[in-house]
Write a protein that binds this ligand. Structure first.
Ligand code: S3P
Length: 168
C-alpha cells in the first residue's frame, strides 16, 4: 500500500513495484471512480469531500480484503481514522516521501486534482504536508520518492521490504 502526497508518484511507482513483485496493481482513485461512475473532480463537486472520504474508505476496505496486491491510495486516505487503522492492520504501508519543490513541479503540470484547483499549489501542498506528514510517518516503511527514476524508488522499496521481513 503506497501513501504520500499528491505528486509523490504513487501510481507510477506502484505499477512498477507490482511488476517487480509479480502482483496485481490497483489505483484506489481509479477504483473509486469506477464504483461511483464519476470522476474524482465530479465526486468532489457533486457530493463534497466528506462523501468522497466515505467512498474512499469503503473502496480501500474492499481492496484490502482482496488477495495481496499493490495499492496506491489518494493522498488524503490517511486522514480518515478508519482507513488509517485498516491500512495499519491489513497492509504493508510505504510512505513515498517527496520534498515540496518536487511535488509542486509535478502537480503543476496536471490540472485534475480538485484540492489543487484553486489557490496557490505550493501553499496548499505545504499546508497538507504539515497536517499529513505525521500520519504518513506511521507507515511501515518510508522511502524517498523524489530522487531518481521510479525504478530507483522501487529498488529502495524492495530493499526496505526485505529488511522488514524478519520482523514480520
Ligand atoms: C487527494 C488526492 C488525490 C485524490 C483526491 C484527493 C488528497 O489522489 O484522491 O483528489 O486529498 O490528497 P492523488 O494523491 O493520487 O493525487
Amino acid at each position: 500500500m503506497l501513501t504520500g502526497l499528491m505528486g509523490a508518484g504513487k501510481s507510477t511507482v506502484g505499477r512498477s513495484l507490482a511488476r517487480r513483485l509479480g502482483l496485481q496493481f490497483v489505483d484506489a482513485d481509479d477504483a473509486i471512480e469506477a464504483a461511483a461512475k464519476r470522476s474524482i473532480s465530479d465526486i468532489f463537486k457533486e457530493y463534497g469531500e466528506t462523501e468522497f472520504r466515505r467512498l474512499e474508505r469503503d473502496v480501500i476496505a474492499r481492496l484490502l480484503s482482496e488477495p495481496q496486491q499493490v495499492i496506491s491510495t489518494g493522498g488524503g486516505a490517511v486522514m480518515d481514522p478508519d482507513t488509517r487503522a485498516r491500512i495499519k492492520r491489513a497492509s504493508v504501508s510505504v510512505w513515498l516521501r517527496v520534498k515540496l519543490s518536487v511535488l509542486v513541479a509535478r502537480t503543476e503540470r496536471r490540472a485534475h486534482r480538485p484540492l489543487l484547483a484553486d489557490g496557490d499549489v505550493r501553499q496548499t501542498l505545504q499546508t497538507l504536508m504539515a497536517e499529513r506528514d505525521p500520519l504518513y510517518a506511521q507507515a511501515d516503511l518510508t522511502v524517498d520518492g523524489g530522487g531518481g527514476s521510479p525504478e530507483r524508488t522501487v529498488d529502495a522499496i524492495m530493499a526496505g521490504l526485505a529488511a522488514l521481513e524478519p520482523t514480520r
